[in-house]
Design a protein around this ligand. Sequence first.
Ligand code: ZN
Length: 311
Amino acid sequence: MGGVAIGVDVGGTTVAGGLVDADGEVLAHFQEPTHGRGPGTALATLLDLLGKLEGVARARGLQIAGAGIGVPGTVDAERGVIGADIHYVPELAGTPLAAVVGGRLGLPVFVDNDVNVLALGEWIFGAGRGARSLVVLALGTGVGGGIILEERLHRGHGGFGGELGHVPIDFDGRPCICGGRGCLKAYVSGTDIARQGSERLKREVTAAEVFELAAGGDAGAAEVVDEVCEALGAGLAVIVNGLNPERLLLAGSVAKSLKPLEAEVRAQVARYAFAQALATTRIEILVRDKDATVRGGAALLHYETRRRASC
Ligand SMILES: [Zn+2]
């Protein structure tokens, strides 16, 4: 594949896009508030960002090979059509985004779920380089998973593969936004950590503040953090025992807060996972910036170009 790739991450708050070279180096990066033009304007923001990236490429004499786009929801990745279940940017539901953007650029464009895209980015350019199997668990506002097995992204038969935030870790546990009960997400997402912290401390706190307060010796916050580590241990054990991937990477804003607690997280996984399986799965907590998701979009373009050529 010649030329640079455009990688885009469509989030509920910002749309980030960049020009990425064949080594995963981000050569230019822009981001805009998703709904800076008002509600329902994510597509206009995305197209504006692409225009800026095309301008930079032209000015620097770079040829664009195509684009990969990550979105926060389910996607029919074969056709590049956004599913009905799209969080934070509901106006994109049902949009044939690959065709719309591809028509605008006159180049190949691929679209996938944002955590699948993140997993491809880490696999092709990042901490998962060279691995035959890899799982990324993204812990942010929500919790999502991206699974690569035997060098293939595992999207699942109906496109729902990788929903690791909604594996139940407590069969009689907390209700979850998905309608289920005891889901991993209900214990370890930023939203749920903030809610638990606020209830326990009797004032509004963010997830990051819960971790900071716990580190500073606040007993109430420390109880919440202990519960997060224990729930995560059970959730990661599902992945270790069920898939035994070569690498298991934790990403997202909550992962950043968990980085100083790496030893505690490992101890909790060890309580639940098979020792021999755990010994062969390398767990890593990643601290990443926005470039990681942009790089992921570029990785999606590389992956799909290669996959479709070999079909
Ligand atoms: Zn759930």
